[in-house]
Design a protein around this ligand. Structure first.
Ligand code: GDP
Ligand code: MG
Length: 442
């Protein structure tokens, strides 16, 4: 993975006060290779590598970060920039209905997305209408009706028995119906082909002209890799787009398509589809995707937060522990927990880590007082116990419980949590993907 490669490259950089041109070139070479492996298109890789190189060479030496961390930070910031910077929210029309048109190849995930968007909008108090303007495939209308029913969202479909019908006309009538029936958002599902073709592009352009959408979302399968660039360019030229939706991000795609499409179109990625279910959908966060591409999400987040919340010395210490062979102790665990408190908004920080969707519920019930309890327990341990929790037999646990005013069960639970966190820290050192914050009280 990229993080493995960078760690190897960075071993040589450690301890240097400033990055030399040779250091930067070696690092940029690795980044270039890793991006190509992640299926980012070559011209995008070239341009990206050049801007990272330029920034790294002129980088100010930061007190809080070592040179290796500095390059990671630059790469991450550049990635976020290409992916659109901040999360781009949907634009709603001043005079409803807001029209959202979906465009993309057949099988990209448009119809599925229509249902997901519909449900998501409904949950936010909107009254969406899905319009079935894909009359290409025989069952496309039925598919949208099924999806709409599951999402609890109304669907506008051409009346059966009227022959094939004209998708542009259906789209136009769908928007009119929305206005009549007080729907404030319209999602127009359109037809796609397996490859880009002129007739399909013309139809999409005509639907656009007829419905004057506030958003034209280009839905692209994240698994198609390099082809995403050609397709995106064709849709940009043929229909014009206001935003991108990446689908099938639940596959093993590393996100290269996101970077390529965003870079080539200059349009922000706005949503991500992560499965076949209606709930497998999220607002796209450029910083999280940048972390996914780098495959080192929480390291980056912690570097960032460390810079903000810790003094430089502590940050260096934290990062060194991550990188070096030293083991993660209960003292580190406590420091990490206290760091969370210093950072103020724990929920916000956890929200930045990739793959945190399922933990949202747990986050809602997160109680900062839990950190006080952890602190009391760890403070009741001897230095030896904090370094080597192995020695914590029953009588020691009872002593600690008494000393901290907690129960032995509390002590045991803390030690379990610590063991999880330690395991994750160890696997992270080996570059084992996203460890998360295993020690999170919950
Ligand atoms: P359309 O032709 O663009 O309308 O694509 P569909 O919405 O019909 O989706 C094509 C296929 O991809 C269907 O089998 C969907 O269930 C599946 N699909 C759509 N989005 C996702 C996704 O995010 N993840 C996965 N794994 N499958 C998806
Ligand atoms: Mg479809």
């Amino acid at each position: 993975s990229l993080s493995d490669r960078l760690s190897a490259t960075f071993k040589g950089l450690r301890g240097k006060g400033r990055l030399s041109e040779a250091d930067v070139d070696a690092t940029v070479r690795e980044i270039r290779r890793a991006l190509l492996d992640a299926d980012v298109a070559l011209p995008v890789v070239r341009q990206f590598a050049a801007s990272v190189r330029e920034r790294a060479l002129s980088a100010e030496v930061s007190g809080a970060l070592n040179p290796a961390q500095q390059v990671v930070k630059i790469v991450h910031e550049e990635l976020v920039g290409v992916l659109g910077g901040q999360t781009r929210r949907l634009r709603f029309a001043k005079n409803p209905p807001t029209v959202i048109m979906l465009a993309g190849l057949q099988g990209a995930g448009k119809t599925t997305l229509a249902g997901k968007l519909g449900r998501w909008l409904r949950e936010q108090g909107h009254a969406p209408l899905l319009v079935a303007a894909d009359l290409q495939r025989p069952n496309a209308v039925t598919q949208l009706q099924v999806v709409g029913e599951r999402a609890g969202v109304a669907v506008f479909a051409p009346e059966p028995g009227n022959g094939v019908g004209d998708p542009v006309d259906v789209a136009r009538r769908g928007v009119a119906a929305a206005r009549e029936r007080q729907h404030d958002v319209v999602v127009v599902d359109t037809a796609g082909r397996l490859g880009v073709d002129a007739e399909m592009m013309q139809q999409a352009a005509d639907i656009r002209a007829a419905t004057e959408p506030d958003e034209v979302l280009f839905v692209v399968d994240a698994m198609i890799g390099q082809d995403a660039v050609v397709t995106a360019q064709a849709f940009l030229d043929g229909v014009d787009l206001t935003g991108v939706v990446l689908s099938k991000l639940d596959g093993d795609a590393r996100g290269g398509a996101a970077l390529s499409v965003a870079s080539v179109t200059g349009r922000p990625v706005m949503f991500a589809s992560t499965g076949e279910g209606l709930g497998d959908f999220e607002v796209f966060h450029p910083d999280r995707m940048a972390s996914r591409i780098l495959d080192m999400g929480d390291v980056l987040t912690l570097i960032e937060q460390a810079e903000k919340a810790f003094d430089a010395e502590q940050a260096q210490d934290l990062a060194t522990r991550f990188a070096s062979g030293e083991d993660f102790t209960l003292d580190d665990f406590l420091t990490q927990m206290q760091g969370l408190r210093n950072m103020g908004s724990i929920k916000k920080m956890l929200g930045m880590l990739p793959g945190m969707g399922e933990l949202r519920e747990q986050l809602e019930s997160f109680d900062e007082r839990e950190i006080d309890r952890i602190e009391a327990i760890v403070r009741s341990m001897t230095p030896l116990e904090r370094r080597s929790p192995k020695v914590l037999n029953g009588s020691r646990r009872a002593r600690i419980a008494k000393g901290s005013g907690r129960t032995v069960t509390d002590v045991n639970q803390l030690l379990d949590r610590f063991a999880d966190a330690q395991k994750m820290m160890r696997s992270m050192r080996k570059g084992g993907g996203m460890p998360g914050l295993g020690g999170l009280p919950g």
